[in-house]
Every structure is written in C-alpha cells, then in structure tokens.
Design a binder for this molecule. Structure first.
Ligand SMILES: Cc1cc2nc3c(=O)[nH]c(=O)nc-3n(C[C@H](O)[C@H](O)[C@H](O)COP(=O)(O)O)c2cc1C
Length: 192
C-alpha cells in the first residue's frame, strides 16, 4: 500500500513515498549489506561538534536481542513489530567526557535515524519508529550504561499488504489517510 505525501510542491520520491507501515513481511530477511548501509547512513549524519552520540543495538528476527526488544514493547507495538526483519534500538550518549550534559545528543540521534530511514527507502525497505517501549527494561536487559539515553526502536523490513494485519485496529490505522498540520501553521516567523 502506498501513501504518498500530499505536499504543496513535488518532493523527492524517497521523501514523498516514505511512511510508517505496520504490516511487515514476516519471512523477509535483511541482508548484511542492507543493514550495514542503514547504519552507515546514520553514521554519516551531521552532529553537534561532530560528537556522533548515536549508538545502536542491532537485533534480527529470531535472535535473542530481537525477542528482548519485543518484550519491552507496549500495547499494539507487540502485535505488529515481531514481523519486522530487524529492530534497531537507538540510544544517544547524552553526557560529554567532562560530565556535562550533551544537550544536542537527542537531536543528533534523530538526525541519524532520519538518514537511516531515507537510505532504507532507497533500498526498498520500510522503517517504523517505536517510542512505545519500556525504556528502563531495555536499558537493564542490554546492561547499558547510564551515560546512554534510550531514544527509539526502529522496526525495519519489507512491507506486506495491509490486509495481512489480522487485528482490526491495526488494519484501520494502516489504511488511514496520512495527515499533517497545514504548512502555514508551522511558520512562526517570516514567510515562504
Ligand atoms: C519518536 C517516535 C515514536 C513513535 N512511536 C510509535 C509507536 O510506539 N508505535 C507506533 O505504531 N508508531 C510510532 N511512531 C510512528 C508515528 O506514529 C508516525 O511516524 C506518524 O504517525 C506519522 O506517520 P508517517 O510516518 O506514516 O508519516 C513513532 C514515531 C516517532 C518519530
């Protein structure tokens, strides 16, 4: 299913066509070159002072990391995410070497995730971001240090038909129109 962005001017197809499906092909595997390219795309994101604060836990469907991450997920996420080919748990190092807060770290990690998403679209893959998970559980399960802050889990894989979703609510969300605030509402100074 396609859900093209209804933009006022034409956008690059990688941006216009990207959306966050929940129907994943539960048989599709993510190749090592594809997964490597996604993390490379993230690695080459800009960051404050080139601090590169992003860190990743990589999980493939069927491995122990994957099961642990699914177990942290809340509500509906637990229903659809298990069919993703891979889950990437994104973290940010939010503390500078001198112990002061690295204030742009979450922003930087978001930029990295964003570039990963574009590279995924280029490779015919889809990414669905998941904020609904137990962050404390994930940090403890992977024995991660307090210098890292959990950001998001990325569900990555091949899209499947909407009708493959068995849950009625998930199907409804899958076929719902994508909505955005009007462009004018976003401009709080100056004009286009
Ligand atoms: C930080 C973040 C957390 C999100 N958490 C969830 C989530 O827990 N479950 C979910 O189904 N979608 C989640 N989403 C997906 C958003 O709902 C989705 O990106 C938004 O509705 C826009 O839809 P689109 O990506 O298809 O354009 C999350 C997105 C982001 C950026």
């Amino acid at each position: 299913m396609k859900k093209l962005a209804n933009s006022s001017v034409e956008l690059h197809p990688l941006i216009a066509q990207r959306w966050s499906p929940r129907s994943f092909d539960g048989a599709a595997e993510l190749s090592v070159p594809d997964l490597t390219a996604l993390i490379e795309a993230a690695r080459w994101a800009p960051s404050s002072n080139n601090s590169q604060p992003w860190r990743f836990v990589i999980a493939r469907r069927g491995d122990v990391h994957f099961a642990k991450l699914v177990d942290t997920m809340a509500g509906f996420n637990k229903l659809w995410a298990p069919k993703a080919s891979a889950l990437v748990f994104v973290l940010a190092n939010t503390t500078n070497d001198d112990g002061t807060p690295r204030v742009a770290a979450l922003y930087d990690a978001g930029l990295a995730a964003s570039l990963l998403t574009v590279e995924a679209a280029h490779r015919g893959l889809v990414v669905h971001q998941i904020g609904g998970f137990d962050q404390a559980q994930a940090m403890s399960d992977f024995d991660l240090p307090a210098t890292l802050t959990p950001v998001v889990i990325l569900a990555i894989g091949k899209q499947a038909p909407a009708e493959a979703l068995e849950d009625a609510t998930l199907l409804e969300r899958e076929i719902a129109e994508r909505v955005r605030k009007p462009l004018d509402d976003l401009i709080v100074g100056g004009s286009l």
